[in-house]
Design a protein around this ligand. Structure first.
Ligand SMILES: [Zn+2]
Length: 90
Protein backbone atom coordinates (compact mmCIF):
# COMPACT_ATOMS: atom_id res chain seq x y z
CA UNK A 1 0.00 0.00 0.00
CA UNK A 2 1.10 3.58 -0.57
CA UNK A 3 0.65 6.61 1.67
CA UNK A 4 -2.81 8.16 1.17
CA UNK A 5 -1.24 11.61 1.58
CA UNK A 6 1.97 11.62 -0.50
CA UNK A 7 1.80 8.34 -2.42
CA UNK A 8 5.15 7.04 -1.14
CA UNK A 9 5.37 3.36 -0.26
CA UNK A 10 4.65 3.21 3.46
CA UNK A 11 6.69 1.46 6.15
CA UNK A 12 3.75 -0.09 7.91
CA UNK A 13 0.03 0.14 8.43
CA UNK A 14 -2.22 -1.21 11.11
CA UNK A 15 -5.95 -0.97 11.49
CA UNK A 16 -7.64 0.96 14.28
CA UNK A 17 -11.29 0.97 15.31
CA UNK A 18 -12.41 3.27 12.51
CA UNK A 19 -9.39 3.68 10.28
CA UNK A 20 -5.74 2.94 9.58
CA UNK A 21 -2.52 3.97 11.30
CA UNK A 22 0.03 4.83 8.62
CA UNK A 23 3.77 5.04 9.12
CA UNK A 24 5.18 6.90 6.13
CA UNK A 25 8.87 7.71 5.62
CA UNK A 26 7.87 11.19 4.39
CA UNK A 27 4.82 12.08 6.49
CA UNK A 28 5.59 10.21 9.70
CA UNK A 29 2.94 8.42 11.71
CA UNK A 30 -0.73 9.35 11.54
CA UNK A 31 -4.21 7.89 11.68
CA UNK A 32 -6.69 8.30 8.86
CA UNK A 33 -10.30 7.24 9.11
CA UNK A 34 -12.03 4.99 6.59
CA UNK A 35 -14.69 7.66 6.26
CA UNK A 36 -12.11 10.15 5.01
CA UNK A 37 -10.46 7.66 2.66
CA UNK A 38 -13.82 6.88 1.09
CA UNK A 39 -15.00 10.49 0.95
CA UNK A 40 -15.32 12.44 -2.27
CA UNK A 41 -13.73 15.49 -0.61
CA UNK A 42 -10.54 13.56 0.14
CA UNK A 43 -10.35 12.05 -3.33
CA UNK A 44 -10.75 15.50 -4.91
CA UNK A 45 -7.79 16.96 -2.99
CA UNK A 46 -4.48 17.57 -4.71
CA UNK A 47 -1.49 15.81 -3.07
CA UNK A 48 -0.25 19.18 -1.77
CA UNK A 49 -3.65 19.80 -0.15
CA UNK A 50 -3.57 16.36 1.48
CA UNK A 51 -0.22 17.34 2.98
CA UNK A 52 -1.91 20.49 4.33
CA UNK A 53 -4.63 18.37 5.90
CA UNK A 54 -1.98 16.22 7.57
CA UNK A 55 -0.08 19.31 8.77
CA UNK A 56 -3.30 20.66 10.25
CA UNK A 57 -3.93 17.32 11.97
CA UNK A 58 -0.40 17.40 13.38
CA UNK A 59 -0.96 20.93 14.65
CA UNK A 60 -4.17 20.05 16.43
CA UNK A 61 -2.90 16.77 17.92
CA UNK A 62 -2.00 16.72 21.60
CA UNK A 63 1.76 16.45 22.25
CA UNK A 64 2.68 12.77 22.11
CA UNK A 65 -0.55 11.84 20.35
CA UNK A 66 -0.75 10.50 16.86
CA UNK A 67 -2.29 13.05 14.44
CA UNK A 68 -5.68 11.96 13.15
CA UNK A 69 -7.15 12.84 9.77
CA UNK A 70 -10.90 12.75 10.29
CA UNK A 71 -13.92 14.24 8.61
CA UNK A 72 -13.92 17.26 10.92
CA UNK A 73 -10.61 18.40 9.47
CA UNK A 74 -11.08 22.00 8.16
CA UNK A 75 -9.91 21.10 4.66
CA UNK A 76 -12.39 18.26 4.41
CA UNK A 77 -15.28 20.21 5.87
CA UNK A 78 -15.11 23.00 3.31
CA UNK A 79 -16.74 22.84 -0.14
CA UNK A 80 -14.86 21.81 -3.27
CA UNK A 81 -11.51 23.60 -3.63
CA UNK A 82 -12.12 26.73 -5.71
CA UNK A 83 -8.82 26.45 -7.55
CA UNK A 84 -10.13 23.40 -9.39
CA UNK A 85 -12.21 25.80 -11.43
CA UNK A 86 -9.02 27.15 -13.01
CA UNK A 87 -8.05 23.86 -14.61
CA UNK A 88 -10.44 23.37 -17.46
CA UNK A 89 -8.64 20.90 -19.70
CA UNK A 90 -11.62 19.40 -21.42
ZN1 LIG B 1 3.26 10.03 3.16
Amino acid sequence: MSCPVCGTAICSESTTIDGITIVCPTCGEYDISYTVLASEQWQRLEPVERCDVLLEAKRSAQPGDCPVIATYSPFLARPAPSKLSFSRNS
